[in-house]
Design a protein around this ligand. Structure first.
Ligand code: ADP
Ligand code: ZN
Length: 222
C-alpha cells in the first residue's frame, strides 16, 4: 500500500523561511509539523531541567548535542508515534549523524523528499537581524513590517519580541555551523535521490507554491 501523505525534510539556512513554510505545508497536506527549535524553546519556557540545558546552547548559537536531539525526536518518529504517517521536519536533521539516525528510526517508510530552501546569505542576514516573532503563535514579523498595533500579534494578540538567539554573535555562529554541520546533509540527500532545491527568494506565497510543486512531483501527484 502506498502512503498518500508525504514525509518531508526542510533544509535551508537560518532565516530561509523553514518555519513559515513548514506550518503551511502541514496544513496543506494534513501532516504533522515538527520543529526541534520550537520544541526546545517550549521546554525552555516551561523551565524544565532539559529545557534550561537546551537554552544554554541555543542562546549561544551552538547546536544542542546530537544524542539529546535524537533522543527527543526518536520518540516522536517511532512507528505508531505521534507524528503518524506523513510529516514535515523543520530544523531536524541538522548534522550528518542526525540524518543517518533519522533513516534508522523511519526504516518502515523512508523520506519522500528533502527540500533545500535556497536563500543567499545577505538576505538571511537582513531577515534575521530584523526578525521579530510572536511569543504565542510564532508568526514572524520584521522591523520593516511590524504588526498593526504596538508589537501585538495581528493573528493572536500575543507579544511580538526578538528571539534570544537573534543577536549578532549568535546569528554568525549559527550560520557558521550551518555551513560546517548542515550543508553536508545536502549531498547525503542528493546521493539518495530525494533532494530538491527550491529558490527561497520572493514572497512567502510564491515560495510555498514552488515547494508544493516539487513535493507533488516527487510523490506522483499530477
Ligand atoms: P534557527 O534555525 O533559526 O537557528 P531553530 O528554531 O530551528 O532556529 O533552532 C534554534 C536552536 O535550537 C538552534 O540554534 C540549536 O541550538 C537548537 N536546535 C534546533 N534543532 C536542532 C537540531 N536538530 N540539532 C541541534 N540543535 C538544534
Ligand atoms: Zn501570534
Amino acid at each position: 500500500m502506498t502512503r498518500t501523505k508525504p514525509r518531508v525534510v526542510l533544509l535551508g539556512k537560518q532565516g530561509a523561511g523553514k518555519g513559515t513554510q513548514a506550518a503551511r505545508l502541514a496544513e496543506h497536506y494534513g501532516i504533522a509539523h515538527l520543529s526541534t527549535g520550537e520544541l526546545f524553546r517550549e521546554r525552555a519556557a516551561a523551565g524544565t531541567a532539559f529545557g534550561l540545558e537546551a537554552k544554554r546552547y541555543m542562546d549561544a548559537g551552538e547546536l544542542v548535542p546530537d544524542d539529546i536531539v535524537v533522543g527527543v525526536v526518536e520518540e516522536c518518529l517511532a512507528p505508531g508515534g505521534p507524528l503518524g504517517d506523513g510529516f514535515v521536519l523543520d530544523g531536524f536533521p541538522r548534522t550528518l549523524y542526525q540524518a543517518r539516525e533519522l533513516d534508522r528510526v523511519i526504516t518502515d517508510s523512508p523520506l519522500d523528499v528533502a527540500v533545500n530552501i535556497d536563500v543567499p546569505r545577505e538576505i538571511v542576514l537582513d531577515r534575521l537581524a530584523g526578525r521579530r516573532v510572536c511569543e504565542q503563535c510564532q508568526r514572524v514579523y520584521h522591523v520593516n513590517m511590524p504588526p498593526a498595533h504596538d508589537w501585538t500579534c495581528d493573528t493572536c494578540g500575543g507579544r511580538v519580541v526578538q528571539r534570544d538567539d537573534d543577536t549578532e554573535e549568535a546569528i554568525d555562529r549559527r550560520l557558521e555551523l550551518y555551513e560546517t554541520e548542515t550543508v553536508p546533509i545536502i549531498d547525503y540527500y542528493r546521493e539518495r535521490g530525494v533532494l530538491v532545491v527550491v529558490d527561497g527568494v520572493g514572497e512567502g506565497e510564491e515560495v510555498f507554491e514552488r515547494i508544493v510543486k516539487a513535493i507533488d512531483a516527487r510523490i506522483g501527484c499530477p
